[in-house]
Design a protein around this ligand. Structure first.
Ligand SMILES: Cc1cc2nc3c(=O)[nH]c(=O)nc-3n(C[C@H](O)[C@H](O)[C@H](O)COP(=O)(O)O)c2cc1C
Length: 356
């Protein structure tokens, strides 16, 4: 039986345990560049014993940033500092990953602590793009609908960023197709009203994502891992559903995607969600059972016992934790001790492993 602290081998990498840092924007870069903040932030969680770390939504092109402080991989110049970070993570025995993202109609925004509002042009804001010219909400920008040339550029931007991510030492590449960002906007019939081959029926709405997956898989080494984060449901009857997710994942699995990171929501306003502990776990469970792919569970998973039981019951293969990892970078070390399991401690910290 699998255990929270049993290793997971996928292609050329082994996660030493199933606790993974969920991608979380830190809004602390400049012009896409990472800096010491990111080294310490990700480095601490690697020292804390995470099996893998998926670094925050990292823009594949400047207009794909959420804010001006997002990380980016649209230039080769972004590679060297990211390499410093991934080398440190790897030396601590954790597997470095990165989330490749395009913010679509949610782009050009201020960081949450600066008011979470649209940026003006004088603040460095820009015109967001999307499948259709439909704003996310009344206080957000009306995006420009992408032309076919624009879509081709997005596809190429994802593939180029993926190649740079490999050069920057990341072993896991996660495509962000969730939370109402560009690729999610294409998937949903509520945000995608196109009349061409990228809109309308299911096969057309998934086209951009599947083209990107195919392009990336073809251009990265065989031993690198490819994850996709999806919003498993939009939580409304006429939107993207769990059945749509299952149908999509069957196709992605055949294209060489290794794991689906099962989140939900974020593409439309006005839906009622009642987040409670583990509320998205059933999505990881259903997608895993219906398609046979590896899945990640995420969302309000905060205790070792809860995480252990999800893995024990075969509901998911990894546990992605967000906010709990912000509260406690050493969660995996403490969780292992609490469950009577082992985890590798940094040798410099070994004297603290035993309480007495
Ligand atoms: C500060 C912060 C930043 C986030 N940024 C991202 C992101 O870059 N990409 C993403 O897919 N999800 C992002 N999320 C969502 C988390 O990855 C995670 O799915 C969510 O917080 C639920 O998990 P939790 O209950 O363990 O925090 C972010 C969440 C937080 C709290």
């Amino acid at each position: 039986m699998n255990n929270l602290f049993s290793p997971l081998k996928i292609r050329g990498s082994e996660l030493k345990n199933r606790l993974v840092v969920s991608p979380m924007c830190q809004y602390s870069g400049k012009d896409g560049f990472a800096n010491e903040y990111h080294l310490v932030h990700y480095g601490s969680r690697a020292m804390g014993g995470a099996g893998a770390i998926i670094a925050e939504a990292t823009a594949v092109c400047p207009e794909g940033r959420i804010s001006i402080n997002d990380l980016g991989l649209w230039s080769d110049e972004h590679i060297p500092y990211l390499l410093t970070i991934t080398e440190f993570i790897s030396k601590q025995g954790s597997v470095p990953g990165v989330q490749l993202a395009h913010a679509g109609r949610k782009a050009s925004h201020a960081a949450p602590w600066s008011g979470d509002r649209l940026l003006t042009v004088s603040e460095g804001g820009w015109q967001p793009v999307a499948p259709s010219a439909i704003a996310f909400s009344a206080d957000m920008a009306i995006p420009e609908a992408l032309s076919l040339e624009g879509i081709a550029k997005v596809r190429q931007d994802f593939v180029s960023a993926a190649k740079r991510a490999v050069d920057a030492g990341f072993r896991i590449l996660e495509i962000h197709a969730a939370h109402g960002y560009l690729l999610n906007e294409f998937l949903s019939p509520l945000s995608n009203k196109r009349n061409d081959e990228y809109g309308g029926q299911f096969e057309n709405r998934i086209r951009l994502l599947t083209e990107i997956v195919r392009g990336i898989r073809k251009n990265i080494p065989e031993d690198h891992l490819l994850f996709v984060r999806i919003s498993s449901t939009e939580w409304v009857d006429n939107g993207w559903s769990l059945n749509d997710s299952v149908a999509l994942v069957k196709i992605l699995k055949d294209m060489g995607v290794d794991l689906i990171d099962c989140s939900s929501g974020g593409n439309i306003t006005g839906v009622t969600i009642s987040p409670e502990p583990g509320y998205q776990v059933p999505f990881a469970d259903t997608i895993r059972k219906e398609t046979g792919i590896l899945t990640g569970a995420v969302g309000l998973i905060t205790t070792a016992v809860q995480a252990q039981s999800i893995i024990d019951q075969g509901q998911a293969d990894i546990i992605l934790m967000g906010r709990e990892f912000l509260r406690d970078p050493y969660f995996p070390l403490n969780a292992a001790a609490g469950l009577g399991q082992d985890n590798t401690w940094p040798k410099q910290y070994l004297r603290a492993k035993k309480k007495w």
